[in-house]
Design a protein around this ligand. Sequence first.
Ligand code: BEZ
Length: 243
Amino acid sequence: MFANKEGQKVPSCVWHTRQGDQWVDVSSGEIFNNRTVVVFSLPGAFTPTCSSSHLPRYNELAKVFKQYGVDEIVCVSVNDTFVMNAWKAQQEAENITMIPDGNVEFTRGMGMAVMKEDLGFGERSWRYSMLVKNGVIEKMFIEPEKPGDPFEVSDADTMLRYIAPDYKEQPSIVVFTKPGCPFCAKAKAMLNEKGLAFEEIVLGRDATTVAIRAATGKTTVPQVFIGGEYVGGSEDLAAYLNK
Ligand code: BEZ
């Protein structure tokens, strides 16, 4: 049974990190004192769920967490600093601070160490997340004790709903464009004016016309999709945004 440690202080420890070609010791005090920190802890760098979902979503929502007063988002794993640094680079997780808890000191102190001998992993961290304010745990989300590797509550969206229940996520927007296309520029300007973030797929660079024909049956640009809905070209987008 994993104990919920809400109201308690995080364990004190020092992590040995590699920054560039230097060893830099980072203390838990530096991370947590007088700061608001979100921690998520997982069984291992480069493992499938951690790489495809747990880490990327925290990285994606980091700016939102920061708007709501979070100073730092920290990923803890029982791995060494070289592995954690390589994973961060591979994942382009520039918004996340990697904590290599290779000595399992913090994880044991949190009561979250588990043996994963069946996988040849040795001692690792159970998956959990927590919100820590000035070194004191305000909220913990601990994965249920089920066989395997449950991933139900320690995700970034659950933490964000706790911190910012009023936050409404903007629907995902994608715009197919071609370089030099004036209607594409107009569509992008309309989205920017409304403060709507979007991903641009430039035909000829990111995809070929096959992609746009497959998705829309057309070859003209721009073509806009919002929240899983096909909107159309720039005039359709103007009508959509005026709705
Ligand atoms: C995963 O992230 O998918 C994973 C983590 C630990 C062991 C096996 C898989």
